[in-house]
Design a protein around this ligand. Structure first.
Ligand SMILES: Cc1cc2nc3c(=O)[nH]c(=O)nc-3n(C[C@H](O)[C@H](O)[C@H](O)COP(=O)(O)O)c2cc1C
Length: 454
């Protein structure tokens, strides 16, 4: 299921969103907030939001970098840059709420869907470890949804919404998104060919107010005619995704309406920061060429990397679409077979299986295999080894370590944990031993000879 689809669910979530919380309250109930302060971590709570956001009935609360935040709060005109997404959501049985989602709520250095989980924190019913299968999200980014995520959420004062966040936050598999608007399904068919060939997620731009047959009876001064001649027209989109950050490439399909893209395509592009995203546009039409339609869209996402577009007639074959994508260097996504990420770890002669997570550092470790190293002992809970090469890390506070976890400390210290404990240190989780029985005995009390192999 795509991110987009998941985001669409947000409009139906049965949850109540937090009223503005002031800093004093937060600090008293959320130890993790206090930790950020104590540790000198640059992430620190937002406060004094009431005065700034008093137009919003409810606010989803998060962190951001304190320096930029301070600057933004001192100069409220800068606030749009702070607001990742302002949207109106509809909560079943509770009406509509104006909501701002902003900030790096889980302090992992990126603002993403997981922050939305934390932002849902202030809803009824505390998470419990027993409930985690149903309700937790992968807050510590270790590739698993487990009790550690629950602890993290609890530490953050998180309460759960009645949603299946596990499904909601499944990591997208492809970095390409096919986006299309289609009033009579011609463009839709070609967009589906593209998504199928690329193994990509697909999102249909759906108007808040659907276009009836009369609305698109062109040259009758119909709704579509009027919108196309009105430079300010921006038809609203139903269930606009909260963000599309996880995609690098967008294939954008639309019908030609009076030689241009329909105005709702502008609405879509203007709803996101598409900086550095690659956009490959295509259109369908009765007879008009692509013309200036794609070029004119550039202004709606001027920091994107736009590729030249293409016009296709109705009935274009799927082969033509695949060939066109190939010509533009857009490659189909090929999921890695799962067992490619299962490795063998032999510790002082005893064999274990480990799964490596889908992250750059784990990929780099995979490239180094087979590897035999002498891992040093530390603190009666870990064996570590400084690799000669720095890895592409994404260090984050993991809060809790499980026996069998494999992590990178700093940028090149490979750590195998053989006990479980809470920690305030930051690591990049790269994998875990799946069955840890016998691990403690195998590692012994001193340094250990460990072989990692595929
Ligand atoms: C309001 C409107 C304006 C249109 N203007 C043009 C046009 O300027 N040139 C053209 O060749 N086709 C035009 N068409 C036809 C559509 O571009 C064409 O049927 C397209 O393939 C429909 O795609 P869809 O089925 O995905 O909506 C127009 C259609 C509508 C509804």
């Amino acid at each position: 299921m795509s991110d987009i689809i998941r985001y669409k669910h947000i409009g139906f979530l049965k949850f109540a969103v937090l009223l503005v919380m002031i800093f004093a309250v937060i600090i008293s109930v959320c130890p993790v907030f206090a930790q950020a302060e104590e540790s000198g971590n640059e992430l620190t709570p937002v406060f004094d939001t009431d005065s700034i956001f008093n137009d919003y009935e409810k606010i989803i609360y998060g962190f951001d970098d304190i320096e930029s935040l301070k600057a933004d709060f001192e100069n409220p005109e800068n606030l749009p840059s702070l607001i990742v997404n302002g949207t109106q959501i509809s909560i079943k049985d509770k009406g509509n709420y104006n909501v701002i989602i902003f900030g790096d709520a889980d302090c992992d250095g990126i603002i993403d869907a997981r922050d939305a989980v934390l932002a849902q924190c202030f809803t009824e019913g505390m998470l419990t470890p027993e409930k985690h299968q149903e309700y937790a999200a992968d807050c510590n980014h270790d590739g698993k949804t487990d009790k550690n995520d629950v602890y993290l959420m609890q530490m953050s004062g998180v309460f759960t919404a009645e949603i299946n966040q596990k499904e909601f936050y499944k990591v997208p598999e492809s970095d390409t998104l096919v986006v299309y608007f289609s009033a009579t399904s011609t463009t839709k068919t070609l967009a589906e060919y593209a998504a199928e060939y690329l193994n990509a997620d697909i999102y249909s731009i759906t108007p808040e107010v659907p276009y009836s047959a009369e609305d698109i009876a062109y040259y009758t001064n119909c709704r579509a005619d009027r919108e196309q001649s009105d430079p300010t027209a921006r038809p609203q989109i139903k269930d606009l995704p909260l963000n599309i950050n996880s995609y690098d490439t967008i294939i954008l399909g639309y019908p030609i309406w009076h030689s241009q893209a329909p105005k709702i395509v502008y609405t879509f592009l203007e709803s996101f920061d598409l900086t550095d995203k690659t956009i490959l546009p295509f259109c369908t039409s009765h007879s008009s060429p692509l013309g200036s339609s794609a070029q004119n869209l550039h202004s709606a996402a001027s920091s994107a990397n736009w590729l030249a577009g293409m016009r296709f007639a109705a009935g274009t074959s799927s082969q033509t679409i695949s060939d066109w994508l190939d010509e533009n260097g857009i490659e189909p996504y090929q999921p890695q077979p799962e067992n490619d990420r299962i490795i063998n770890i032999t510790v002082n002669g005893k064999e274990f299986k480990a799964e490596l997570y889908e992250c750059a550092a784990a990929d780099e470790i995979l490239e180094m295999l087979p590897m035999t190293i002498n891992m040093s002992e530390l603190n009666s809970n870990e064996k570590y080894y400084w690799l000669s090469k720095n890895l592409t890390v994404n260090n984050q506070r993991v809060n809790y370590i499980n026996e069998g976890d494999l992590m990178i400390y700093s940028s090149n210290c490979l750590v195998l944990f053989y006990d479980s404990f809470s920690t305030s240190y930051s690591y990049t989780p790269i994998g875990r031993i799946t069955d840890t029985s016998g691990l403690k005995n195998a590692v012994g009390t001193g340094s250990a000879a460990v072989t990692f192999s595929k």
